[in-house]
Design a binder for this molecule. Structure first.
Ligand code: AHM
Ligand code: MG
Length: 331
């Protein structure tokens, strides 16, 4: 079988395009791939290894942790720490940033990684697609340990991506100002291979994706916006509804086929549900690089200055023209 270009070869080629690169980001990306393979295996065998169900703990947001949330967090953190290239980690499952001790992070490590180890974990027990989301930033070594310095807008990400544990395991990534690339895991070979080069999002879609059971919690403008997509009072005409309830599954469909995913703010929860730094910002970088767009209804997601690590934000993301409709409706 010739599965094509391996992820390892792709990372090395990408590095060769940047003369002077020291290979550190490449090393970090290879460790992301390692974590992805370990988590993919754990997700696939969870019913056999008694890893479905609640862990009996709650995370910083007060949400019940699943056993696989905890395990995925350990795998991702372990891979990042062993890379020796990461100074700081911030995860959905951690209360405070994890400043890696000397001996774990290399003393001059410059990278901070924000990640959600297993997004959509309430879907795990019913075998629905879940995902890992990550955004990578470079920081000055002088700022090591200074939490406030880590709060940077998403446009400063040097790489971002996600891993989707579905019928197959897919890694979608963009690095620097490069294109969006998608890789599929070959379970028999144990390596990702490039299957989706230079991904681009259609400028308009046929579907809208939102949890419509929340309609009564939205303000009038949001209700009208969703209704306009449903009734076809937008360019492109009437849309079908698609909502998995697992962000990576809904986003990946939107990336490939176009359309819009929305998690709006609500009257009692104006900031919505999704987190800026390890959900909104990485997906916004992917969406924009693929020709799409992402807004919180007021501003570009990538321009939002975070004020806290677990900040939430409304998210409207997808095809450029569809997101423009959302911006017009909510302005
Ligand atoms: P999680 O980070 O606790 O898994 O929650 C995030 C998930 C997303 O995957 C999904 O888009 C959203 O929550 C669904 O929320 P709702 O059930 O309110 O529609
Ligand atoms: Mg999440």
């Amino acid at each position: 079988m010739d599965a094509g270009l391996s992820f390892t070869a792709w990372v090395l080629r990408n590095q060769a395009r940047h003369p002077g690169a020291r290979g550190e980001l490449s090393g970090l990306l290879l460790h992301v791939g390692l974590a992805a393979r370990a988590i993919a295996h754990q997700v696939a065998v969870a019913p056999l290894s008694n890893m479905h169900g609640h862990a009996g703990s709650t995370n910083v947001q007060g949400e019940q942790q699943q056993k696989l949330d905890v395990l995925a967090d350990q795998h991702f953190r372990g891979a990042m720490a062993h890379s020796g290239l990461v100074a700081t980690l911030v995860s959905e499952e951690m209360e405070e940033p994890d400043f890696l001790a000397a001996g774990e992070g290399a003393p001059d490590a410059e990278y901070t990684v924000f990640y959600d180890p297993l997004d959509g974990s309430s879907n795990i027990d019913v075998n629905v697609t879940v995902g890992t989301i990550f955004g990578i930033y470079r920081h000055r070594v002088a700022d090591r340990g200074r939490a406030a310095e880590l709060l940077r807008p998403g446009r400063e990400q040097v790489a971002a991506g996600y891993v989707m544990y579905g019928a197959s395991t897919t890694l979608v990534l963009c690095v620097g100002d490069g294109p969006v690339s998608g890789f599929t895991l070959s379970p028999s070979v144990g390596e990702f291979f490039l299957t989706h080069a230079d991904m681009s999002m259609p400028t308009i879609g046929k579907t809208y994706s939102v949890n419509e059971s929340r309609t009564s919690a939205w303000d009038k403008r949001t209700q009208d916006l969703v209704q306009a997509f449903r009734d076809g009072k937008v360019p492109g005409g009437a849309r079908g509804a698609r909502y998995v309830g697992s962000l990576i599954a809904d986003f990946h469909r939107t990336l490939l086929k176009g359309g819009i995913f929305m998690y709006p703010g609500e009257r009692d929860r104006p900031e919505g549900k999704l987190r800026l730094l390890y959900e909104g910002a990485p997906l916004a970088m992917i969406a924009e690089r693929a020709g799409g767009a992402a807004t919180d209804g007021r501003q570009r997601i990538l321009d939002r200055q975070p004020t806290k690590f677990h900040e939430r934000c409304p998210l409207f993301i997808g095809s450029k023209l569809d997101v423009e409709e959302a911006m017009k409706a909510l302005a």
